[in-house]
Ligand binder design. Structure first.
Ligand code: AMP
Length: 282
């Protein structure tokens, strides 16, 4: 069963009528299999899942693609409907206007420190404040027991975990694996901005990540060799960054790290492709 809600007031009314706990998947819509994997996981845990579709203006910079970001509500609802298992209910919250989330005279509320300073935080000033603010507002409206995020946006995942910890919110944050196309390209709503040639070029990103993973081969002693390889790769100016960091803290100091993340952004024209791999050291 699918319900579609367009206003905050209606969302609160429906939420207050529920008894059993529920999960929550926040998205910006233009759904692909990555988004649907989050919904399926929520429905593994609960019979009821909230699913929001809202293109959040506050997380876009002035020169970014807020206006042209694909808005495909009808198609998204069909996709959700097609993924529903019997007995499961999804409550889609697709605010009818930006004002449903941000009153006309609102101010930025949240900034999460610590994990936001580098990478996307440095290259997209204000981006994570926008993400933290909308996610906090949605959490407060939906009041889920668990919320599901893709590890595709790994730094965002850490920001949300930090937000929940800082504010002592009673919500468990679940990180789900990256869903990829057969070619290895991580699925993203922004992939449709790529020409067929750029899509082929974009494979450099996942292929490089896998190459570094193979070089390290879970062995700490191979890290210097991997770092040398990364340095040679970065001579190509299409890379915004490619770095190995501690998976929990994003620290550069890997001496005591058991879990690493390899974060990469590869830019084709104005489209920035984000990807990462989680690596373990034995
Ligand atoms: P977005 O609509 O881009 O804001 O993404 C909504 C959620 O879907 C976020 O938690 C993303 O990390 C997640 N997501 C996006 N692409 C993928 C993917 N390829 N695999 C898994 N999760 C994804």
């Amino acid at each position: 069963m699918i319900d579609v809600i367009r206003t905050r007031a209606e969302l609160i009314r429906v939420r207050e009528s529920l008894i059993a706990p529920w999960g929550f998947v926040p998205t910006m819509g233009n759904l692909h299999a990555g988004h649907i994997s989050l919904l399926l996981e929520a429905h593994q845990d609960f019979d009821i899942a909230f699913f929001s579709i809202f293109v959040n203006p506050k997380q876009f910079g002035p020169s970014e693609d807020f206006q042209k970001y694909p808005r495909t509500l009808e198609q998204d609802l069909e996709r959700i409907q097609a993924s529903l298992a019997p007995g499961k209910r999804v409550i889609v919250f697709a605010p009818s206007s930006v004002e449903e989330i941000y009153p006309a005279d609102d101010r930025d509320i949240f900034s999460v420190l610590h994990v936001t300073e580098e990478f996307e935080g440095a290259l997209r000033p204000g981006h994570f404040n926008g993400v933290a603010t909308v996610v906090y507002k949605l959490f407060d409206l939906v009041k889920p027991s668990k919320a599901y995020f893709g590890l595709k946006d790994y730094q965002q995942f850490l920001v949300i975990k930090q937000l929940v910890k800082d504010l002592c919110l009673p919500i468990e944050i679940v990180g789900m694996p990256i869903v990829r196309e057969e070619s290895g390209l991580a699925m993203s709503s922004r992939n449709q901005y790529l020409s067929p040639e750029q899509k082929a070029e974009g494979l450099t990103l996942s292929q490089t990540l896998y190459r570094v993973r193979d070089l390290i081969n879970q062995n700490r002693e191979n890290l210097p060799q991997a770092q040398t390889y990364i340095a040679s790769v970065l001579k190509d100016p299409r890379w915004n960054y490619l770095e190995l960091r501690d998976a929990e803290t994003l620290s550069k100091d890997l001496r005591h790290s058991r879990r690493l993340t390899l974060l990469g952004v590869f830019q084709l024209g104005t489209t920035r492709l984000l990807d990462n791999l989680q690596l373990e050291l034995r």
